[in-house]
Design a protein around this ligand. Structure first.
Ligand SMILES: Cc1cc2nc3c(=O)[nH]c(=O)nc-3n(C[C@H](O)[C@H](O)[C@H](O)COP(=O)(O)OP(=O)(O)OC[C@H]3O[C@@H](n4cnc5c(N)ncnc54)[C@H](O)[C@@H]3O)c2cc1C
Length: 377
């Protein structure tokens, strides 16, 4: 991993914004495409979103060292690398996975600059100008890979500010209180409920639908098997009361009491600050003006995950959407790294032959029409 600090006069072929799983993975693909004049920028450090997960939170997707027979570990971002082999754990913690990403960046000697916070991206005359905390950086192409975790959704109902977003919880062990209300029952909400229940806390878990009841085979919609298994562990149902199909309308805080009102009129009280597991707005909001919007608010992309409005600007990571395909897990969005790297290599006149290898590893999904919802999502 190299650090270069003289940016002002240089024009990069590619700047990758974000050094998470997407930024590191696509950075490796750029190297495999033969692109050398690029840099990966991160406002903190490689893997910092993972490092910020609550201490107890683990991957729901299991890692297994399947590489020896040509199958990539489900949590791998680079061919030949297995977090299972590297870390010797099946469900890594965020800290463990962050260290894995650092190993990958080191091994491939990715050109990384840390503590560079990109505030704004502008394009004129075919050149991108990235305004950062340390000055302007210029590039011919930009890959936006800033993730979601550091951009939590802080709205959804009146009084949201009285709740603590699960993305800001350092660990469930250190949370004070005995009587928790959790709003949002998808992965993060169930994860919080699980750790609190195992500490003997009372938990009431609300969701506007009921992910633990959903029959979809898509883990972007229904709860993962890991979480369903956790819900069946001894003690969980004794401590956790489930409220499916109970949308919350407001949270009020008066004289030490949090009052949570559901849309159906039911009122719940607690002295413990409610937890909000309401998902993320996503870092793409910083570059929203450079993308057309889909009907669901996500950036509209062409077949190379490039902005339809500003050629040369690409999106990588969990915010990628095509039709009804949601690429929100690593094993999904990594399939687009080679597509993006190939498109940029082609713009630069490079053959990018090695990228064909990605296909053999199931890491090169360039024909979205051949894929039904079941296999992508
Ligand atoms: C609790 C939890 C559990 C999860 N479990 C799984 C799982 O089991 N399996 C799975 O596949 N996925 C899982 N996910 C989803 C997975 O974490 C995300 O898909 C993944 O982190 C996205 O990677 P990323 O590189 O896009 O974003 P991030 O990992 O967030 O990386 C983005 C990077 O960009 C940097 N950055 C952000 N903004 C800027 C800026 N303006 N300028 C410069 N740098 C910037 C950040 O510092 C960060 O390092 C989970 C998510 C959560 C929250």
């Amino acid at each position: 991993m190299t650090t270069n600090t003289s940016n002002s006069e240089h024009t990069y072929d590619v700047v990758v914004v974000g050094g998470g799983a997407a930024g590191v993975g696509v950075g490796v693909a750029l190297k495999h495409a033969g692109i050398e004049n690029f840099v990966v920028l991160d406002r903190h450090m490689i893997g910092s979103s993972f490092a910020l997960w609550p201490n107890e939170t683990r991957f729901i997707t299991p890692s297994f060292p399947t590489n020896s027979i040509g199958m990539l570990d489900i949590n791998s971002v680079a061919i030949g690398f297995s977090p299972a082999y590297n870390l010797e754990v099946e469900h890594p913690t965020g800290q463990q996975y962050a260290s894995h990403l650092c190993s990958v960046a080191d091994f491939f000697d990715l050109p990384v600059q840390e503590e560079i916070d990109v505030k704004q991206v502008r394009e004129h005359d075919g050149l991108f100008h990235l305004e950062t905390n340390t000055g302007t950086i210029k590039a011919l192409h930009v890959i936006w890979a800033a993730g979601e975790f550091q951009y939590p959704r802080m709205n959804g109902f009146a009084g949201n500010e009285h709740c603590q977003h699960t993305a800001t919880v350092p660990g469930y062990k250190s949370l004070e209180g005995d009587d928790f209300i959790i709003i949002g029952g998808y992965e993060s909400g169930v994860d919080a409920a699980y750790h609190l229940a195992h500490r003997g806390k009372r938990v009431r878990l609300f969701d506007k639908s009921g992910p633990w009841e959903d029959e979809s085979s898509d883990p972007s919609v229904a709860l993962s098997t890991y979480s369903l298994e956790r819900m069946r562990t001894p003690g969980f149902m004794e401590q956790v009361e489930l409220f499916p199909h109970t949308a919350i309308e407001s949270v009020k805080y008066t004289a030490g009491v949090y009052e949570v009102t559901a849309k159906n009129g039911d009122v719940f009280q607690t002295h413990t600050q409610p937890l909000w597991a309401g998902g993320f707005e996503g870092g793409h909001k910083l570059v929203a003006d450079l993308f057309e919007k889909r009907g669901d608010g996500f950036p509209l992309l062409n077949e190379n995950d490039e902005s339809t409005m500003v050629p040369g600007l690409f999106l990588c990571g969990p915010a990628v959407r095509h039709d009804n395909h949601v690429f929100c897990f690593i094993y999904k969005y990594r399939q687009r790294f080679a597509v993006v790297a190939k498109a940029i290599a082609t713009y630069l006149g490079l053959p990018a032959e090695y990228l064909e290898t990605y296909r053999n590893w199931g890491m090169y999904l360039d024909d979205l029409s051949c894929c039904g919802e079941e296999c992508v999502c």
